[in-house]
Design a protein around this ligand. Structure first.
Ligand code: PEP
Ligand code: MN
Length: 352
């Protein structure tokens, strides 16, 4: 993928209301954010989960965004979900576009948007799809790239989960990390507003994003958050946004200090040795799993044993708690170990 650098500042800050509600709300918010941010955001067409919620004012708001450009000099960005939206935005001179989580999931729409944009190389930000499917996320970026759009960035806005969670959308940080591994040149902006759904958590999530070396933040900000017509619990006032940005610690990517470098090297070597141990212990474990599979095969016994699985999970979690390790981490690790143990056994039992 050919990616052209267009983000030249770190952290790159995109902020503005969830939705453009009125000319006054938009201009007042933008004027208060001027000087604090790099790009002003506002949703013109809002993809809402349920009908009868506020679905945005539509194309009329594009004039208000033009006013923001003229009166504040800020660059503006909005969400597009169809080719028609793209056409209207391009005619209105909107500087940048983003594709929302509910659109990234749909290759037909992404293709249509890409085609509407071909030949117009404006920056496009692609939010992750609602579910944690990294190929779909990359696929959307590729569709745009195939039409000549090179000023691309990803936006990490978290993932829907059925499990109970403190977040509106689970961050699953391993996904943006994996995206970075696959596309090292692609900038990634974190959207703590949609991850948290709660203004109190935005600071912590933003700090994590900075510590993971993400390129910037997209944070919702409204001149009067309590009166917002959408996402009322997650918007900050412009002053709160400024305080939050001031409170973040921006760490450097690498230390140049020789002493620190050698200290890190020493500790990393310790970790490497321990990790080699972990891998070879897993190999030993697998040998016993294979022996068990042979016995199960011979005596016609099912692979999966519910009671044994509960016993493994409970005892390992208990041990973790006793020695001060996070039992959830151990349970996650054992779920994986168990999955592969079942795979090993089913391979043996099918073959013979
Ligand atoms: C938004 O940015 O307001 C929005 C609708 O985001 P998402 O697509 O991440 O839900
Ligand atoms: Mn929103």
């Amino acid at each position: 993928m050919e990616i052209k650098k267009f983000i030249n500042k770190k952290p790159y800050i995109i902020s503005g209301p969830c939705s453009a509600e009125s000319e006054e709300q938009l201009l007042n918010t933008a004027k208060s954010l001027k000087g604090k941010i790099n790009v002003f955001r506002a949703g013109v067409w809002k993809p809402r989960t349920k009908p009868n919620s506020f679905e945005g004012v539509g194309k009329e708001a594009l004039f208000w965004l033009q006013k923001v450009q003229n009166e504040t000099g800020l660059k503006v960005i909005t969400e597009v979900a169809t080719a028609k939206h793209v056409e209207l935005c391009l005619n209105a001179g909107i500087d940048m576009l983003w594709i929302g989580a509910r659109t990234t999931v749909n290759p037909f729409y992404v293709q249509e948007i890409s085609e509407a944009l071909s030949g117009v190389n404006i920056p496009v930000f692609v939010k992750n799809p609602i579910h944690p499917d990294i190929s779909l996320w990359i696929g959307a970026l590729e569709r745009l790239n195939n039409k000549g759009i090179t000023k691309l960035s990803a936006i990490h806005r978290g993932f829907f989960t059925y499990e109970s969670s403190a977040f509106r959308n689970e961050p699953k940080w391993e996904l943006p990390i994996e995206l970075k591994r696959k596309l090292p040149d692609l900038p990634i902006i974190c959207d703590p507003s949609h991850i948290s759904g709660n203004r109190k958590l935005i600071g912590d999530i933003s700090q994590t994003a900075m510590d993971l070396d993400m390129n910037g933040l997209m944070i919702e900000s409204h001149i009067n958050p309590k009166k917002a017509l959408s996402d009322v619990n997650q918007q900050l006032t412009p002053t709160e946004l400024q305080n939050l940005l001031d409170s973040l610690i921006y760490r450097k990517r690498k230390s140049e200090d020789e002493k620190i470098l050698s200290e890190l090297k020493y500790l990393r070597e310790k970790i490497d040795t321990i990790d080699e141990g972990i891998v070879s212990v897993l190999k030993n474990r697998k040998q016993f799993v294979e022996e068990i599979a042979q016995i199960k095969l011979k005596h016609n016994v099912t692979i999966f044993q519910l009671e044994r699985w509960f016993q493994i999970l409970n005892s390992r979690q208990r041990q973790a708690t006793e020695i001060g390790l996070d039992p959830k981490m151990i349970s996650d690790i054992y779920k994986l170990i168990h999955k592969y143990s079942i795979l090993t056994q089913s391979k043996i039992m099918r073959k013979d």
